[in-house]
Design a protein. Structure first.
Length: 115
């Protein structure tokens, strides 16, 4: 199990930006595809972005394409999500996790976008 700690969330006005960070404590994530996920109230958790172990390939959900950027620094065991042009519908708890495994979820970080 890889332990992951998310941070960087907060309250921002529509059109604003936030940068989320996800640090793996005690374990390395350099061999894994990593993803950022979000869960809004009353909705299922969805993947918004993924990045391969090398960072050479990324995937984005249509709802965030062109606004969000996922990146990673394997030397720091950290994955980032740069979120620009935020919309109220981006409001959710954001999580990172290893893609394609049953790794335990972290506590997430709350992102709230006001209109």
């Amino acid at each position: 199990q890889v332990q992951l700690v998310e941070s960087g969330g907060g309250l921002v006005q529509a059109g604003g930006s936030l940068r989320l960070s996800c640090v793996a404590s005690r374990d390395t994530i350099s061999n894994y595809m990593m993803g950022w996920f979000r869960q809004a109230p009353g909705k299922e958790r969805e993947c918004v972005a993924r990045i391969t172990w090398s960072g050479g390939s990324t995937y984005y959900a249509d709802s965030v394409k062109g606004r969000f950027t996922i990146s990673r620094d394997n030397a720091k065991n950290t994955v980032y999500l740069q979120m620009n042009s935020l919309k109220p519908e981006d409001t959710a708890v954001y999580y990172c996790n290893v893609v394609g495994t049953d790794n335990k979820w972290g506590q997430g970080t709350q992102v709230t976008v006001s209109s």
